[in-house]
Design a protein around this ligand. Structure first.
Ligand code: SF4
Ligand code: SF4
Length: 204
């Protein structure tokens, strides 16, 4: 006869000695089942990574180190809006914007990212920051080699995060080389506006 709990519900039948544990289908004793896992694993194909001698290839959309991208003339895409910092659940991004002037222009807009830091001690590589970026300035590369024994070295600065200058690009500050208005700068020469760096998160 089945037992009942205080509210009248039926209790699970009591286990007798030698009964298998709930969820365990085998009647083999526990140690034999444990060694069964060991023996089954011994004959599986072994995966040996020869890292770092052989660099590990990540999946194409792997979320690695961030990159701050540039326009085709070398000006920075970041406008210092701080949306990436607000979106970050780990509070890993610090941004301070600055005003562009005609004498010192770093981005085509009114403002640019004067100070930009990402703390890789905090970052969980979720990618929410790159989704929040309105200018596609911030994207993520496949670079995962970020370990260090110095905590300060893992706070990456703007200089470390900026994409390299490619042929045809010029180190800011400099005037807008692609045109003075938005139509000229962003639209007129689409072939020169193609992404310059192989990064994920950069959408066409
Ligand atoms: S990937 Fe995630 S945790 Fe890392 S900086 Fe971006 S939003 Fe923050
Ligand atoms: S990286 Fe993008 S979201 Fe972050 S401050 Fe620059 S423009 Fe704004």
């Amino acid at each position: 006869m089945s037992e009942q709990n205080r509210s009248g519900g039926e209790l699970a039948p009591r286990r007798e000695q030698g009964d298998p544990a709930p969820g365990r289908r085998s009647w083999l004793p526990g140690p034999a089942q444990g060694f069964g896992v060991t023996f089954a694993t011994m004959f599986k194909k072994v995966t040996t990574e020869s890292y770092p001698e052989v660099p590990k290839q990540t999946k194409p959309r792997y979320h690695g180190r961030h990159v701050l991208n540039r326009h085709p003339d070398g000006l920075e895409k970041c406008v210092g809006c701080e949306l990436c910092a607000w979106a970050c659940p780990a509070d890993a991004i610090y941004v301070e914007g600055g005003d562009n002037t005609e004498d010192a222009r770093f981005s085509p807009g009114e403002r640019y990212g004067r100070i930009y830091q990402i703390n890789y001690l905090r970052c969980i590589f979720c990618g929410l920051c790159i989704e929040a970026c309105p200018t596609r300035s911030l994207t993520m590369s496949n670079d995962f080699e970020l370990a260090d024994d110095d905590r300060q070295a893992l706070i990456y600065t703007k200089e470390q995060l900026m994409a390299p200058l490619l042929p045809g690009m010029e180190q800011p500050p400099h005037p807008m080389r692609l045109g003075e208005d938005e139509q000229d700068y962003y639209v007129r020469e689409p072939e020169r506006s193609s992404p310059a760096e192989p990064v994920v998160g950069e959408r066409a």
